[in-house]
Design a protein around this ligand. Structure first.
Ligand code: ATP
Ligand code: MG
Length: 556
């Protein structure tokens, strides 16, 4: 694995633990894993876990991160998700090398571990119903009650467990439970379920199994079998740690991974739980898992966000044990900072207003040189932009009656057309509704390239596109999916009603010709699904800086 993950921050608490374990000789290297369940697409929260697991392993000689599909739940898992997850992890810039694993490949071994627990009298088949099991479990303040089946003999349990496997019983008839302590203060330790019966085909093992291991049983033993040194998971698994350790201590096998919990990423103005993402996708509220408004990796990629900016975001938020909510603006800023370095500046007009240059000859046009990187022209050189008598400018770059701080075009006012000429507005044409439909201007031929020979200054510089050369394009202005910072703080599906009605505005824009060549589109990204040379479609990668800060400020 390459070491391209340059981190700027110091050691977080997990990297410190890893460093200590190497220093003390407890481990010779670090083996981590990223363990998604293939029941949905990856999102930016997963990116935090991916950059932590793969990043940490990449920083240590001999380190390795495994990609393991945690696929012990037949009902919701699918190969489509496996493929999507692999694609996304690779795209983020990480490599599992030979270490691709599936928990479902361990089913036979896991069964063997369960048998060994039964033989050691540490697990039993319980025949209470789901409802009864819940009742017997007690509450946080009250101890549970032993199941009447708790004292079955090992021989009885082995027989029943084998018959569970062979398909003799219906779903829910029996479960396999660990025999720990029904009075344990930690509820997870009150004889937790290890296996359940599910007569459902599994996307990889088909009908081979009708009993499936529970997450808590599968996860720790998969870690142990793969020799994972540091098993990193999110804080909600803190109470599962005792069970994790109990299981690996009680099955034969020398390797003991250590579970360490960190705070999950919470982001405002979005939702990340898979259940909610599925609801958005299946309810048709977005166009699919790769809708550019979703926090999914596939959506971010389609919008034009780069893997570098996602990694840099994860680096900025860091890793800690305290839960918090990260502001969406931080992600947007990471995207902008990355684009700022990489995005060539080209011109497009989202809301075109026609400008006629009265003193420019009708039969003429010319080509002007425009640098792709105004602050660093040699970086990518110049392109030719055509100029002619009729142009489009952005409607909001003109005001008939401008307030004090508006420096762009207005009647009688002179501004610079970027890379072109100074123009002065001499007349305003309106339609019957009184809306401005066309501006008449004069240009100063002495200002070619945007410099005045006499040192005359203008305060405003605006962008433009030559009307006869302009390429019409659909531009999709994506914005935050939710208008509320905490869309899912309410009940169940309430979050749907907080969808931002302007999360997608589609505009008919005009863009300069060069944008349609095989050029990365600056702050606008050619939509990988819908764009064609004949009918260009661009996605705005990130909304204008601080537009939300202003909105938030106003509502206070
Ligand atoms: P959900 O609860 O929405 O179904 P999940 O956490 O169960 O998501 P998994 O596929 O099990 O999804 O997650 C794989 C890994 O990614 C786990 O180790 C999990 O802890 C981690 N992960 C998931 N969401 C986040 C998040 N928001 N921040 C950091 N890590 C996350
Ligand atoms: Mg999970």
């Amino acid at each position: 694995m390459s070491t391209h993950m340059k981190r700027t921050a110091g050691l977080d608490f997990i990297r410190q633990i890893a460093a200590d374990d190497l220093a003390s000789g407890k481990h010779k290297t670090v083996i981590t894993r990223f363990p998604p369940e293939p029941n949905g697409y990856l999102h930016i929260g997963h990116a935090k876990s991916i950059t932590l697991n793969f990043g940490l392993a990449s920083e240590i000689p001999g380190g390795q991160c495994h990609l393991r599909f945690d696929d012990s739940n037949p009902e919701t898992e699918d190969m489509e998700y496996v493929e999507a997850i692999k694609r996304d992890v690779k795209w983020l810039g990480f490599d599992w090398d030979k270490h691709l694993y599936f928990a479902s490949d361990y089913f036979e071994k896991l069964y063997g571990f369960a048998v060994s627990l039964i033989e050691a009298n540490k697990a039993y088949v319980c025949s209470l119903s789901e409802e009864e099991i819940r009742k017997y479990r007690g509450t946080v303040t009250q101890p549970g009650t032993d199941s009447p089946y708790r004292n079955r003999t090992a021989a009885e349990n082995l027989d029943l467990f084998e018959r569970m496997r062979s398909g003799e019983f219906a779903d829910g008839k029996h479960v396999l439970r660990a025999k720990i302590d029904m009075a344990a203060p930690n509820m997870k330790m009150r004889d937790p379920l290890l296996y359940r019966i599910r007569h459902a085909p599994h996307y990889r093992t088909g009908n081979t199994w009708c009993i499936y291991p529970m997450y808590d049983f599968t996860h720790c033993l998969s870690d142990a079998m793969e020799g994972i040194t540091h098993s990193l998971c999110t804080l909600e698994f803190e109470n599962n740690r005792a069970l994790y350790e109990w299981i690996i201590d009680n099955v034969p096998g020398p390797f003991k991974p250590r579970q360490i919990e960190f705070a999950r990423l919470n982001l405002n103005y979005t939702v990340m739980s898979k259940r909610k993402l599925v609801e958005l996708v299946e309810g048709g509220h977005v166009s699919g898992w790769d809708d550019p408004r979703l926090p999914t990796i596939a959506g971010l990629r389609r919008r034009g966000v780069t893997p570098e900016s996602i990694r840099s975001f994860c680096d900025r938020i860091g890793v800690a044990r305290a839960n918090s909510v990260v502001d969406m603006a931080l992600l947007e800023n990471s995207i902008r900072d990355d684009l700022n370095l990489k995005a060539p500046r080209v011109m497009g007009v989202l809301d075109p207003l026609k400008v006629v240059i009265l003193n420019y000859p009708e039969d003429r046009d010319e080509e002007l040189d425009a640098p792709y990187f105004p602050d660093d022209p040699p970086k990518m050189g110049y392109r030719k932009v055509p100029f002619s008598r009729e142009l489009y400018i952005e409607r909001r770059d003109f005001m008939e009656d401008p307030p004090k701080k508006f420096f762009r075009l207005a009647p009688g006012r002179e501004v610079r057309l970027r890379w072109a000429y100074f123009i002065t507005c001499v007349d305003v044409k309106k339609n019957e509704q009184g809306e401005v439909v066309e501006l008449h201007c004069n240009y100063d031929p002495q200002t070619r390239g945007g410099d005045s020979p006499d040192g005359r200054r203008v305060k405003g510089t605006i962008h433009w596109v030559s009307a006869s050369h302009a390429v019409p394009a659909q531009v999709r202005l994506y914005d935050r999916l939710f208008a509320e910072p905490m869309p899912d703080s309410g009940k169940d599906s309430d979050f749907i009603q907080h969808i931002n009605p302007h999360s997608l505005d589609i505009v008919d824009a005009v863009v300069e010709r060069s944008l349609c060549d095989a050029m990365p589109g600056g702050y606008f990204f050619t939509d990988p699904e819908d764009h064609t040379a004949g009918s260009p479609v661009f996605n705005r990668i990130v909304p204008l800086r601080d537009s939300w800060a202003k909105v938030a400020g106003k509502s206070k």
